[in-house]
Write a protein that binds this ligand. Structure first.
Ligand code: CS2
Length: 471
């Protein structure tokens, strides 16, 4: 028997389910990119507020694949979320009330245009915004060039420009667009991704955007390992129902949202989210400490032959290195918000990494290094250099990434990265890798940093004692 509205009542009492009338829920949020991260976090948060306000159901739009619609369509949008902790909790989430794919062009544009839609959110990963190193839309990117010349939208920017044009034409009124990806200053960057394309195609629309669209920044945090067979088995055993695509995450979540909405905002605070005027301190702390350390564990851990974050944390020299990097090299670059104790934050992140209930694959975190490292490590390195602090330890994860690329080249295993070709063709040449301006900006011309990476790269050579390099 498959999970669906009709079988909800068959769930055992131990499994939480929507406590509201799903038939009364209407879509008020369009979400682009309904992958695991969205379904683990934001959709669960919306699920918790629909009892209070049923106008915020989610219309989930997948631009690049039909996988989510195929899996959740027959389930009326329902899926199971497992919360991994000492005891695993199971919850069926009911907030996705519509599933759209790119084939349904007019339905997507009408949904963005509808006056009942007041918020568009995105989780499309870093590469989905097509930004250049300066944070503007990359107008030379082939996908964006196609948006400038072709009729059919294919990128996030293209779809939103078409959707906002439809909204303007229909008199749909002001709206909020909110990026939920791990980019520093994700609000202003998302604005560039949308507004720059509008300006290049239709300056009147760009002016309309200036007057009618807000782009709040957000910081979203919840560790979400990819769906795996143990999860599928446990969901089947606990719920007694087949679910084509269950999701898992750690119990911890944090969502900090800039209070900058075009009118009505969903009461996300009822589900524990925090509205604030200043997200930057939270965002920097999370991106640089949590994600920076995650990428460090991913690349160094992979070189050491380790598979998961929990394994990496069980490797004493690597765990101690990550902690030292966070405390001594990353924390000094962060101006924390008044209510945040950085030292306690670091301890909590290290505890979360060591969670024995979670098998978070290092290979998953290692994806898309060229897109992630600029926010996770390069900004910190730039600040450290400007302040005259040493960058020797910070050079280790960069050099480990270079060695990781070389390993992939040698083994033939796929390097998952939109810049894979450029990386693989430069593998083994530290100077050429550091000259990739889209990743390193002007850091590649900083002799002190370059020398530190070269030393770290030598220390991480195959056959070297890696633990000895982790000082
Ligand atoms: C991870 C993040 O895959 C990755 O690169 O670092 O997805 C991380 O788990 C989340 O940002 C935690 O909020």
């Amino acid at each position: 028997m498959r999970l669906s509205d009709a079988t909800l009542a068959d769930l055992p009492a131990s499994v939480a389910r929507p406590g509201y009338d799903r038939s009364a829920v209407t879509p008020g949020i369009v979400h682009i990119g309904p992958g695991a991260f969205h379904r683990a976090h934001q959709a669960a948060c919306v699920d918790a507020i629909l009892g209070a306000d049923p106008r915020w159901g989610i219309s989930a739009v997948a631009l690049n694949s039909t996988g989510v619609a195929d899996a959740l369509g027959p389930q009326d949008g329902l899926y199971t979320l497992a919360l991994l902790g000492k005891a695993t909790g199971y919850r069926v989430i009911g907030s996705i009330v519509e599933l759209l794919t790119a084939q349904r062009r007019n339905a997507i544009l009408s949904r963005i245009a509808a006056p009942t839609t007041r918020l568009v959110t995105t989780t499309v990963t870093e590469k989905g915004y097509h930004l250049d190193a300066g944070g503007a839309l990359d107008l030379d990117h082939p996908a964006i060039v196609r948006e400038l010349t072709g009729a059919e939208p294919s990128t996030l920017s293209g779809w939103l420009v078409a959707g906002l044009a439809a909204r303007r034409a229909a008199g749909g009124g002001a709206i909020t667009l909110m990026a939920c990806d791990n980019l520093a200053d994700n609000g202003p960057r998302f604005r560039r991704a949308v507004r720059d394309l509008a300006a290049a195609r239709d300056p009147d629309l760009a002016a309309w955007i200036d007057d009618h669209v807000r782009f709040p920044s957000t910081m979203v945090d919840s560790i979400t390992p990819a769906t795996d067979d143990p999860l599928r088995r446990s969901v089947r055993a606990v719920t007694g129902l087949d679910d084509a695509w269950p999701i898992q995450r750690e119990a911890f979540t944090q969502w900090v949202i800039e209070d900058d909405f075009a009118g009505d905002r969903p009461p996300f605070d009822l589900a524990g989210a925090q509205f604030t005027r200043d997200v930057r301190g939270f965002e920097n702390a999370k991106l640089r400490l949590l994600n920076g350390a995650h990428s460090t564990l991913a690349y160094v851990g992979s070189l050491m032959g380790l598979a998961t974050v929990r394994d990496a944390m069980a490797c004493a020299p690597l765990a101690a290195f990550a902690a030292r990097l966070m405390r001594e090299d990353i924390a000094p670059s962060i101006v924390p918000p008044a209510e945040m104790d950085l030292s306690a934050y670091i301890d909590a992140v290290l505890d979360r990494f060591a969670n024995p209930a979670i098998a978070h694959q290092l290979a998953q975190i290692a994806w898309d290094g060229s897109q992630k490292l600029p926010y996770r490590l390069c900004d910190t390195i730039r600040d450290a250099r400007a302040a005259g602090r040493p960058v020797d330890r910070l050079a280790i994860p960069i050099a480990a990434w270079f060695r990781f690329v070389e390993l992939r080249k040698g083994s033939g295993e796929q390097l998952v990265d939109p810049r894979a070709d450029a990386l693989l063709s430069r593998a083994g040449d530290v100077g050429a890798l550091l000259a990739m301006r889209d990743v390193f900006g002007d850091l590649g011309e900083d002799a002190v940093f370059v020398a530190a990476v070269e030393r770290a790269y030598a220390a991480l050579a195959p056959g070297e004692n890696l633990a000895a390099a982790l000082k």
